[in-house]
Design a protein around this ligand. Structure first.
Ligand SMILES: N[C@@H](CCC(=O)N[C@@H](CS)C(=O)NCC(=O)O)C(=O)O
Length: 204
């Protein structure tokens, strides 16, 4: 399998963490790309977004949730995505919450980069979405042993916040979430997939 990714993308990291957790990382070739400029990416994914996964027979998958679901199925199923009931609903809900907050964080980062030119009225909305999501996650018991897609998603959100805003005080007033994140520091799937800046040409 080929995973087209940017090493700055929380959604691409989510797929890589899922692959590590499932023991599938060795089957995935990483192809670094810039989704904003690489015409090869749009040729396989009309949205030209990362992550994009190309299977051995050429079938293409995109959307991190769909890719993680496929990896889970490939590993036997029911591990990252519990099969039914409350556990499944919880995992999907927290995946959705974390993905939504990571989307807001990505847009916030892009808006802040532009802010020297023009003030973006969406910035307070992105900030509120991130803060409210973190408050909601503070009240959620997160597993320190068996990861589901919920824990994978939360890890991607927190990892992205620390990557883009190392000084951001998101831990203040959220001791349970901060403790969980500290306890995750040595987890191999997180260590192996840490964010880094791109090595492909930056967008023009
Ligand atoms: N909902 C998508 C989000 C993917 C996404 O937004 N990826 C960003 C990088 S973090 C991207 O490729 N942006 C390029 C664009 O929006 O055109 C997923 O979960 O895979």
């Amino acid at each position: 399998m080929q995973l087209w990714l940017a090493f700055t993308s929380p959604f691409a990291r989510k797929v890589r963490i899922a692959a590590h957790e499932l023991g599938l990382a060795g089957e995935i070739e990483l192809v670094e790309t810039d989704p904003w400029t690489d015409p090869r990416l749009r040729a396989v994914n009309p949205l030209a977004k990362v992550p994009t996964l190309i299977l051995e027979d050429g079938e293409v998958l995109y959307e991190s949730s769909a890719i993680c679901d496929h990896l889970d199925e490939r590993a036997g199923g029911g591990r990252l995505f519990p099969r039914s009931g409350r556990e499944r609903r919880r995992a999907l809900r927290l995946q959705g919450l974390s993905d939504g907050a990571a989307t807001a964080a990505g847009r916030l980062f892009a808006a802040e980069r532009r802010a020297a030119l023009q003030v973006d009225p969406m910035i307070p909305r992105f900030e509120r979405a991130i803060a409210a999501s973190l408050d909601a996650l503070e009240a959620e018991p997160l597993s320190r042993e068996a990861f589901t897609i919920a824990e994978v998603g939360v890890a991607c959100l927190l990892g992205y916040l620390d990557f883009r805003w190392p000084e951001r005080a998101w831990r203040a007033g959220r001791p349970a979430l901060a403790d969980w994140w500290t306890a995750m520091a040595e987890r191999p799937s997180l260590v192996e997939t840490a964010h880094r800046l791109p090595t492909v040409d930056p967008r023009p």
